[in-house]
Design a protein around this ligand. Sequence first.
Ligand SMILES: Nc1ncnc2c1ncn2[C@@H]1O[C@H](COP(=O)(O)OP(=O)(O)OP(=O)(O)O)[C@@H](O)[C@H]1O
Ligand SMILES: [Mg+2]
Length: 471
Amino acid sequence: MKKLLSINTNILFDIITKNIDVGIAIIDKDGYLVYYNKAMGEIEGFDSNEVLNKHIFDLFPSVDMKNSSLFRCLKTGKPIYNDLQSYINKKGKKIYSIITNIPIIEDGEILGVVEFAEDIGKIEKLHKSVNNWLNYPKLNNPDSNADRINHYSFDDFKTCDKSLLDLIEKVKRIASYGSNVLIYGETGTGKEIFAQSIHNISNRRNKPFIAQNCAAIPENLLESILFGTEKGSFTGAITKEGLFEEANGGTLLLDELNTLPAYLQAKLLRVIQEGYVRRVGGREERRVDVRIIATVNENPMELIKSQRFRQDLFFRLSTLYICIPPLRERKDDIFYLADYFINKYSTVFNVPKPKLSKEVSNFFMEYEWKGNVRELINVIEYVMMTVEGDREIRLRHLPVYLLEYLEKENIQKKEIIHSSYSDVVNDFEKEMILNALIRNNWNVTKTARDLNIKRQTLQNKMKKLNINKLK
Ligand SMILES: Nc1ncnc2c1ncn2[C@@H]1O[C@H](COP(=O)(O)OP(=O)(O)OP(=O)(O)O)[C@@H](O)[C@H]1O
Ligand SMILES: [Mg+2]
């Protein structure tokens, strides 16, 4: 024990802060971030190397001396415990977190502040997963737990995108056959709507629909939850059926399947192929008849290439393959959905329906919508509260994180304005040629054809812009 405690505290600090699920950030007495752990990045949507050595006012322009609990703590030298905060993070996700700020004081001098943050949404998800499993099948009683009740149908998926409308019609025709389904779409694109609608249209609709997010829980626990446990298999293990047995006859939705470790992907494949499940620590093979709907939020081909998704499992699951494009690639849908939700909230809040101003429409068109429809809904809900008596939704009504984004973009645009004309044109030309070369495997003839210029012209440009293939 003594030996362990005499270990370099830096090593211990590193082990603790890297592995703990609590976000930790440290600012110095001038407000510069000197430490930022991975968990904090996950909550706020930043990468730690994006924020280190930056001033928090630069990172969060909406924060100032008055409203920042960090600065209050820095000024007063008094800790602030369990402050509840809610905001939309950099990725457009609504976050509720509990914040604690502790001043670092040495010889009476305040040197900085440590901030701890816990994401309530994440704690809730974990709690719900484990609790649902432990209390099943009680929860499957139609009178209890609303979370188990699936309510979406295809009518809830609003779109004016022709190819998505065609896809929905196709899925409706074949969904009743009970084949496994793989849905690929970025976060917030409506995968859950599709999954529930497929179940509700199939002849399994009167049987259980159980959803499990594979990323929400540690892998050992996930194995027990999916496949069940047998008493004595590990200390304290209880005899409990897993979600496969619970979903028998119905549908099991496995969200973020790509986060499943390889050995669990292999085990899953076996259950799907053989139709039998064996509990952790158990001997008996139990017959199960479950339709799997799996979702991934990264391109499955890329996942297979980088060995994060087993190819054989992909083939088994993708009998029905659904790809929902991100919102930024469905420009018409941005306005169709914005209009739909403005209408909806006008009715809910009982206020006249405001219009999108030209600047906001332009911004919506350009913006990347990383949180997709979920983000759009959050934004509309927010502006419906800030627009008040105005008839038009203006930029100033948008959530703070979008205004910060706009400010940054403008700075970049200003940078372009201040650069020389030829530099900007050359950079643009170079990027376009490079992309075409990569697309055509560095074959100059094909690239020239692709760009619709002469081969000789391309070669001259490559020379002038100093474009060479890296060895
Ligand atoms: N086309 C759509 N029409 C209406 N509502 C939509 C549409 N797409 C998404 N939504 C809404 O956006 C929110 C997110 O949708 P959903 O939960 O289905 O996304 P997801 O793809 O499962 O996201 P995640 O990967 O984060 O789990 C929900 O409130 C859903 O009702
Ligand atoms: Mg989902």
